[in-house]
Ligand binder design. Structure first.
Ligand SMILES: [Zn+2]
Length: 302
C-alpha cells in the first residue's frame, strides 16, 4: 500500500530536518558561521517540516492530488538549495594552514583579544592552527567580572580558541605585577611552546596593556615570532608593519566583540567603529579589511 518513492522521500526529509536541528542545537565549530545565517537555517527547517507533513499526507492518502506531491518535492528542494547557497555565501570552507602552528594570544582584560585581533584569531583557528588565549585580569574595575568571564569564554569558543586561561591579577594595577605575570606566562610558554605570540603594543596609554606587553616580551624572550596588536588606547605611535587580511572575518570579529554585552555601551565596541578601523588598516595594507600588528620579530615560515 505504501509507495516506495514516497517512503524514500519521507525518510530523506526527516534525516535532513534532524541534521538542521543538530546544527542549530550543538556547539559545533561550524556554529559561528551558521549563527550568522540563523535566519536561513530556520527558514530551511520550516520548509522541511512543511514538506515532511505534505509527504506524510501523500503517504497515508494514496489518492492525494499529484499537486501535493509536487509541492512537497519542491519545498524540500528549495530548502536544501537555500542551505547550500547559505553555506557557500558564508564561506565555510577555509584554506587549511600548510603548517599548523601553536599560537598564544595574551590580553590584559576579557575583551582585549576580540577587539584587537578577533578576525585573525578566527581565521587562524579555521585554518587548523591550535590557539590558546590568556587573559591576565578579570576586568573587575571595568564591569561585572563574573559576567565578563562568562562572555569571554563564550566569545573565545565562538572564535575557535582551543583553550582559555583566565588569571586573577588586579584590574588597572597590572603594572605592579609585571614580574609575577611574566613568570606565569613563562610557565605557559614552556608547556605550550607556541610558534607565534600575540600581545599588547608598548604604544598604549593603558598601564595594564603596557604591563602585559613588558611581561610577554620577558617571558617570550626565546620565541621567534611576537606580534603586538592595537587597542582603543594605543597612541599614534602605533605603526603596524604586519597585516592580516580579515575580509572574510570582519563580521565574525564584530560578533565576537558583541558577545561582551557587559561592555556594549562603549563607543569602541560599536560595529561601525570596529569596521572603520578594519577598513583603515586594510587601506594601509592594500587589502579590503585587515588587522594591523607591530612585529617585535617574525619568523617567516616558508
Ligand atoms: Zn584592555
Amino acid at each position: 500500500m505504501f509507495d516506495l518513492a514516497n517512503v524514500t522521500h519521507l525518510i530523506n526529509y526527516i534525516i535532513f530536518t534532524i541534521v538542521i536541528i543538530f546544527i542549530l542545537t550543538k556547539q559545533l565549530p561550524l556554529e559561528r558561521m551558521v549563527r550568522r545565517s540563523r535566519i536561513i537555517i530556520w527558514l530551511v527547517l520550516i520548509i522541511n517540516i512543511f514538506s515532511a507533513i505534505l509527504q506524510f499526507f501523500c503517504l497515508i492518502s494514496p489518492d492525494s492530488n499529484i499537486l501535493y506531491q509536487l509541492a512537497a518535492d519542491c519545498l524540500g528542494i528549495i530548502g536544501q538549495s537555500i542551505l547550500l547557497i547559505g553555506i557557500v555565501w558564508m564561506k565555510l570552507i577555509v584554506e587549511p594552514s600548510p603548517k599548523p602552528r601553536k599560537i598564544l594570544v595574551i590580553g590584559a582584560h576579557p575583551d582585549d583579544i576580540e577587539i584587537a585581533c578577533g578576525g585573525s584569531i578566527a581565521e587562524l583557528s579555521d585554518a587548523g592552527n591550535t590557539i590558546m588565549s590568556l587573559i591576565v585580569s578579570k576586568g573587575e574595575r571595568g564591569g561585572n567580572s563574573s559576567s565578563r568571564l562568562i562572555e569571554a569564554t563564550k566569545s573565545a569558543e565562538f572564535l575557535g580558541i582551543n583553550k582559555v586561561e583566565i588569571m586573577d591579577f588586579p584590574d588597572t594595577k597590572l603594572d605592579q605585577f609585571i614580574l609575577e605575570i611574566s613568570k606565569k606566562i613563562e610557565i605557559i610558554v614552556n608547556e605550550l611552546k607556541p610558534d607565534m605570540v600575540f600581545t599588547h603594543s608598548i604604544h598604549d596609554l593603558h598601564q595594564d596593556h603596557r604591563a602585559v606587553h613588558d611581561a610577554t616580551l620577558r617571558a617570550c624572550r626565546n620565541l621567534s615570532t611576537i606580534l603586538c596588536y592595537e587597542s582603543p588606547s594605543t597612541t599614534q605611535d602605533f605603526q603596524p608593519n604586519v597585516f592580516i587580511n580579515i575580509e572574510q572575518y570582519v563580521d565574525i570579529k564584530i560578533e565576537s566583540i558583541q558577545e561582551h554585552k557587559d561592555q556594549n555601551k562603549k563607543k569602541y565596541v560599536q560595529p561601525e567603529q570596529v569596521y572603520g578601523k578594519a577598513i583603515f588598516r586594510g587601506a594601509q595594507a592594500k587589502l579590503g579589511e585587515a588587522e594591523g600588528f607591530e612585529a617585535i620579530r617574525i619568523n617567516l615560515q616558508i
